[in-house]
Design a binder for this molecule. Structure first.
Ligand code: C2E
Ligand code: CA
Ligand code: CA
Length: 623
């Protein structure tokens, strides 16, 4: 983070304008006050005056209205007193020439300059032009509608610092920029406190966490910086059932408890609704940092009396310590987040980021950090498992199964990396890659004279994405693949789940001729009416049932019933996970027509699949 600039950014948020390090004098700009004026002047009158105040409004009233609308001052700070004691001056600048047109007399009281010393001066000659350009760029970036209030620190004629709050007013005539500035030096500390703290709990806010970590990393020679993030579990439930005021009170009590009990942290902050962060800098080890995290965990999770109720939340806490887990704020935060996610998945508690340095084994955290690179480098590839006609042994389908060709860990299966994809929020990106590869491969098989449907697996996140039919339609067109040669596999549980219920994409996919297959069939509680309304083409009998064949009679009953029901509904049936001759024979006896499994082949690279198709029969099928 770059240190906050001393010069006024015309509408920088207070956190930036009056951040914690602003007390250090910046580049000398005795006339920094004029900078915003120049900025406004150059940009012209079109960007002026959101407050719509007019010149004749007396200063006192003006200020009252201003502060009433101000998000910066909270009532506890006694704004009435502030208004009564405020020292204020107004100014006008010619937006064409950039010259100061007038300053009200009381500028002398605030800045020590007589108006005549400033009037007529070309504002641009009074300030550092590079800084002015920076402000202009910011102004251009924020656009004309951005808030026109700012806090600036300028120098009094005698050298001391004065904190001014500025508001632009509607100009009396075109080409004129007007504003008022109020000396709020006396209140600067209170404002700064507000800019740096969470209003609800009084703990620090996210920007302070970042600054402390950054400063700690820069200056901590021989020291470590520990970043601990805590996410409350079940807090949403409390908000939903008992109401937000109760939730707020709970957060305040927890914050108070933290403040009263922990003095080893450099920063304790609330950084989101139910998220806290802690920074400790010093002679730390991973062990001592996790001991701190355990202490936090104990404080956050022991019951709290709120509104006569005993409430308890859980907490999932992630710990990252420099330099092992990162030497930048972004890296430490990412690692701490990942660790807290890990903690959540193992039911709460404290988790330390597991560094993969020097380790041969794949850690989920490492993969999470690695997915973006892998997507960019094209390391995900679809392999295809043949689906076989049980009557004649011919390959009649190809199911695409994703693999990650990891540079260090070799070929990884979905179970190894799906969490990483989901946590990283890359699910859609991966789906796009898989869809493209599936359609490409379908077209390639077609080119080789094999009009065989290719199947892709879709999670609910994909089919809840309304863009899906368009994406699929474009792919089919680009590669000249008929929709009927593409199958979408969605699991029974995904599609029958609350969210999947009304997924509108299936109808559109159906219009493209795309086939719909219900995966892992038998593991949910399918409603056949629903299946029919979905217009599915196929069900896949889950391999759990197939593998029970010949062992338990229930499985045979389920498989038989499934096959019969599916056929009744006019659906194709594909049995999954066939590994033995016995399973194959039994499936045939039960009337199953198509199957896949290691008995024939695992999923193979597309090139190998084409070789397999060249034979287009497998000699392992008994006649
Ligand atoms: P699935 O759709 O049920 O895929 C079948 C899984 O069973 C595959 O595991 C496959 O390798 C494995 N399998 C096939 N034949 C046999 C067999 O005879 N015995 C045994 N024990 N296993 C067999 P894989 O590739 O690890 O995939 C696991 C799951 O990951 C898939 O289950 C599917 O739900 C998901 N998946 C795979 N690729 C994708 C993809 O591209 N997108 C999405 N959304 N999910 C995918
Ligand atoms: Ca599947
Ligand atoms: Ca399956």
């Amino acid at each position: 983070m770059t240190p906050p600039t001393q010069l006024p950014a015309t509408h920088a948020p207070p956190a930036a304008a009056s951040g914690p390090r602003t007390s250090a004098p910046g580049p000398t700009a005795d006339f920094a006050i004029v900078l915003p004026l120049i900025a406004i002047g150059i940009l012209g009158a079109s960007t002026l005056g959101p407050l719509g105040l007019v010149a004749v409004v007396p200063a006192g009233l003006l200020l009252r209205r201003w502060w009433a609308g101000s998000s910066l001052m909270c009532r506890d700070h006694g704004h009435t007193a502030l208004v009564d004691r405020a020292r204020i001056f107004s100014w006008e600048i010619d937006s064409g020439t950039g010259r100061i047109v007038s300053m009200s007399g009381n500028v002398a009281e605030v800045l020590g300059y007589e108006p005549s010393e400033l009037e007529g001066a070309e504002a641009a000659t009074l300030i550092d032009i590079d800084e002015a350009r920076a402000v202009l760029r910011e102004e251009a970036r924020l656009g004309a509608d951005a808030e026109r209030r700012s806090i600036v620190t300028v120098r009094h004629k005698d050298g001391h610092e004065v904190t001014l709050r500025e508001v632009r007013l509607t100009p009396r005539r075109e080409g004129l920029v007007r504003g008022v500035s109020v000396d709020i030096s006396e209140f600067a500390d209170a404002l700064r406190f507000q800019a740096e703290h969470d209003e609800l709990t009084g703990l620090a806010n996210r920007s302070i966490v970042e600054q402390t970590v950054v400063d700690g990393l820069l200056s901590a020679s021989g020291h470590q910086v520990a970043l601990i993030v805590a996410d409350l579990d079940r807090f949403k439930g409390i908000n939903d059932t008992l109401g937000h005021p109760t939730g707020d009170r709970l957060l305040r009590v927890l914050a108070e408890r933290l403040r009263a009990s922990i003095d080893t942290m450099d920063v304790m902050a609330r950084i989101g609704g139910d998220e806290f962060a802690f920074v400790a800098i010093g002679d730390l080890t991973v062990e001592s940092a996790s001991a701190l995290a355990e202490e936090v965990h104990g404080l956050l999770t022991s019951p709290v009396a709120v509104d006569g109720l005993q409430l308890a939340v859980g907490a999932s806490i992630g710990v990252a310590v420099s330099p092992g887990h990162g030497t930048t704020y972004a890296d430490l935060l990412k690692c701490a987040d990942i660790a807290s996610y890990q903690a959540k998945h193992s039911g709460g508690g404290v988790a330390v980021f597991e560094s993969s340095e020097g380790e041969a084994s794949v850690t989920r955290q490492e993969l999470i950090c690695d997915t973006v690179r892998a997507l960019d480098m094209g390391e995900f590839e679809l392999h295809f498992q043949p689906q076989v006609d049980l009557q004649n042994g011919r390959v009649v389908g190809a199911e695409g199964l994703v693999r990650w060709r990891h540079p260090r860990h070799g070929l990884l299966a979905p179970a190894d990396f799906f969490t990483a994809i989901e946590v990283g929020g890359h699910y859609h990106r991966l789906t796009d890659v898989m869809l493209r590869q599936a359609v490409e491969f379908g077209a390639r098989m077609l080119d080789h004279g094999h009009p065989i449907p290719v199947a892709v697996n879709l999670g609910s996140m994909s089919f809840l994405d309304r863009r899906l039919p368009d994406t699929v339609g474009e792919l089919l067109e680009r590669h000249g693949l008929p929709g009927s040669l593409l199958t979408m596999e969605v699991t029974e549980s995904d599609i029958l789940d609350e969210k999947g219920r009304d997924a509108p994409v299936f109808e559109d996919l159906g219009k493209l001729g795309v086939r719909l297959s219900i995966d892992d069939f038998g593991t949910g509680y399918s409603n056949f009416t629903r299946l029919r309304s979905l217009d599915a083409n196929e069900v896949k009998v889950d391999r759990a049932f197939v593998q029970g064949l010949g062992q338990t009679s229930e499985d045979a009953i389920i498989v038989r019933a499934t096959i019969q029901l599916a056929h009744l509904l006019g659906l194709d049936v594909v049995a999954e996970g066939v590994e033995t001759e016995g399973q194959l024979q039994e499936l045939r006896a039960l009337g199953c027509t198509t199957a896949q499994g290691f008995y024939w082949s695992a999923a193979v690279h597309p090139d190998a699949f084409l070789d397999l198709l060249a034979d287009n029969a497998t000699d392992r099928i008994p006649s």
